[in-house]
Structures are given as C-alpha cells and as structure tokens.
Design a binder for this molecule. Sequence first.
Ligand code: FE
Ligand code: CA
Length: 530
Amino acid sequence: MASAPARLHRRALLGGLVAAPAVLQFGRAQANGVQAKGAYVFPLGVASGDPAPDGFVIWTRLAVDPVAPDGLGGMGGAVPVQWDIAADESFRNIVASGRIAAEPAAAHSVHVEVEGLIPGRPYWYRFSAMGQQSPVGRARTTPAPDAAVDALRIAVASCSNWESGYFSAYGHMADEAPDLTLFLGDYIYEYSRGPERAAEVVRPYGLEEATTLAGYRNRYALHRTDADLQRLHAAAPCLAVWDDHEIQDDYSGVWSKTPGVTPTDFLRRRAAGYQAFYEAMPIRRTRLDARLQMPIHRRVRYGQLAEFFMLDGRQYRSKQACSDGPNGGKGQIVTDAACPDRLDPSRSFLGFEQERWLYDGLANAGARWNILGQDLVMAGLRFGDGGLNTRYWTDTWDGYPVARDRLTQALATLKPRNPVVLSGDYHSFWTNDVKLDSSDPSSATVATEFVGTSITSGGPSYDGLMSAMPNNPQIKFFDSRKRGYMAIDITPGRMTTRYQAISDVRDPRAALSTLNTWVVEDGRPGAQLV
Ligand code: FE
Ligand code: CA
C-alpha cells in the first residue's frame, strides 16, 4: 500500500514513448512481418493477477493496431518477449527474468506465471519486445498462508460498459493504492447499441456485436487502450471472474438467451468468448477442455487474514427457469405459480462440481475473513407483497433458490469464519444480510453481502426497486443512482466497506465521493452503517 502508482505509471508511460521513436530511427521493428513498422507494440499496457506467496501472473499483449478486424492486433508471426521482475521500482535489482514467445494463436498475449519470489512484498515488472519496452507494472506477492497480516485493502469493480461512459472510476480505484483488485464480471459488453439508442452512447464501441474470437478479442483490446483502466491494472494484481456479458446477456451454461440457438451452436460462441477472456486477463493457465469448458473458479489465500473464493456463476448453471417460452433464455420476473421450475432441486447455479469444491473449501477454510467473490446478487429480492403474487428475477441466485439454500446450509453447518459475499451485475449498491432461508427474513444471517455498483453501466429504476424494499428487510441499503466501485479495508477485527461514487460517467475526469461506509465486526454477520 506504500507505493505511488500514479507517479509510477507516468514514468513508465514516458519510458514507452521514448522507446518508440528510437525504434523508428534505427529501423529495428521489421522482424516477423509486423505491418506498422516502428509502431508502439504495448498500447494495451500490462497487468498482473492471481497472486500467491511465491509469485503472480504477469500479462501483456502485443499489438500495433489494437482493433484490427481480424482480431490479431496488426501483428504477424511469433515475437520473442523478454520479461523482468525487480525488487525496486527503478529495476536496479532484477530478481527474475526470462523469455517467452508471443504467439499469433494467442493473439500475441503473454502470460508468465512467476515463481520463486518472497511472500508479502511488492515487485515491479516490465516486458520488452522488438526493441521497445512496456510500461512498468507493480504487483505484490501474498503473505505466507500462516503469516499474521494487519491490513489488506481491496478495490472491487464490475460492469464497465464502454458506450455508457468514461472509466474515471477505474482511475480512482488505482488512486486507492489497493493491494488487490477484484473484477466481478461484465468487464466488457458483447453488444453495441444501435442507431435507435444512439442518445445513450457516450463513446461508441465502433465495433459490431461480438460473436467471434476476433470480435471478443477486439472488445478487450479496446478497453485496454483506456488510460484509467491501464493505470489500475499496472497498480495492483487482480482476481477476475466473468459474468454474462463477457459472452452474451443472460446466458446460462450452454444455453443462449436467443430462442432457437442450440447448445451446440452457442457453445462455439461461448468458447470464443472464454478464449478471449483468458488471453486478455492476467489469470493462471486454464484451457478449453473437450466439452468446451474452461474452469476459472479458484481460491487465493491472503495470510491468516483473508481467503478469496472466486466463483463462476455462469458457466455451469442450469438453464434459466421457465425459458422454453417466447422469451427464450432471457431472465424473467416470475411467480412460483407461473414458474414451478424455479424450485426444482436438480437445478444448480454453480454446477454440482463447483458446489462440491466450494463446500470442501469452506470446510477447511482457516482465514479470519472468507470472501466469496462472484457475479450475482445472492441475498434475494422479492417483488410484490410477499404473498402468492411474489415475483422473482430468474437471472440472479433468485432463479436458483434450492441451490442457494444448499450454500447457506453449508455456511451454517461448516461455519467458516466471517463469510462475506461480494457481488456485481445489478449496477447498484446493496448491503444485505444473506439469510439461512431466503424465503424467511427472520431466519439466521449466515453471511454479509456487499453489491458494488457499476463502473459505467446504467442502473435499474431507483423508484421501482425502492417500492419493493418494504418486503425485503434483508436488504439494509439500496441505491442504483450512482456509478463507482467498492473500497474495502480488512483488518483482523473488522471489515470496512466504502461505497465510492463518481460524479458523472460522461465526464472523463469525474470527481469521487464516498456515498456511505459499512463495518462488519469479526464474529458478527451483518454490516452496520458508520
Ligand atoms: Fe452489467
Ligand atoms: Ca450481468
């Protein structure tokens, strides 16, 4: 937490800009059929992620034309890339380095899983290729699993729709100097607004809806040209999981939301999106298997203080409830009378394998705070009067109440210390008690939930949702009118969550303010307003 990422980044960027003209002058960039001779090959910046006590992943992707229509960034054949890890910001003390090839099959993305480092300290990293040097990033190893840790700061993001506005919230996240950032899904959006919605567009994607590998690659590439997002990735390692818009709105498992699209056809699209996600994100090696699945759920321990269970709420879930009608696989707001399917115990939200993995993990969880980082609101929201006409939105955990009951039972039975759920997707801030029985607000609180708002994506109707709140006492706070993120300080005794709001998504230099602050005390589920 001690470094100054803003200063670091400016210097790093300057380094890159100085390198580029030198290459032009000496003409060293002709290798490997690169089309734009001398163009800067690191316009997408650098990133790190999935830290461990002995290392982390460092990432970059070479490109000279980031959104070239073929999705290959204007690059040709394989390019050798040098990477360096230093113990100091000025790279006087380089502690690890190596060479790796940036391959066209991976769109010239580079993932290095660095090992052999010392736990619980910062490191700096950079890449060089074709005579040029990347910006410098700062990463951090996690403390040893048994290390006592006084403090951890995380910053939590979800839902960054390029067309909806500028990423000033990402810039403010970088200024928090977090030890770790979490991305909880909708890092990109697959669609573009048509001419009829042009008035909502702050800055156009300029790209057709992503359905192919090239299309998905270009979405990530465009996002990474954003200076605020680059600065955030360069400031701290991240833990990233996806939600629906990395592939398609409201999809579930192998089912498209579009009526008539078969799982076989949809799987092809999904696999393209998953591959592009892997290529774009600083996550550890994973690959599409024979079933075109690509596991991304994982545990990351932060000393004795915290453990993160990063969950995948999309890939393995059962088909959306009651989705054989005219709405296809789109989420719906339904009553139990109209949609008994919702209560079918054979349906799963995480998939039964990931469920078992999670319960096994919770059974041997040893950290003070056990944090579930995942995409969708867990605590539930009843629309209507609470009687037979009560309605539920089927795309969230509310569409899978029996699976949610299995999880809340596991929390109640296995008793991991201080479970906290961090969620995205709903483009609004919520502070929730996760109840043992989601249909009974008077049942025990088994976890605390914080839902971050969106970086830019527009929120749901504030008045509409507030009218439902009297029948939802488990929701202590709701506000859909602000964009921003969550900044969370964790100590052994308490977790303090600030809801950080920006002034205006249309302003690339939007101001930051704290909407409110919540505290969870060790041993006492449920957040208190400060
Ligand atoms: Fe979203
Ligand atoms: Ca979503």
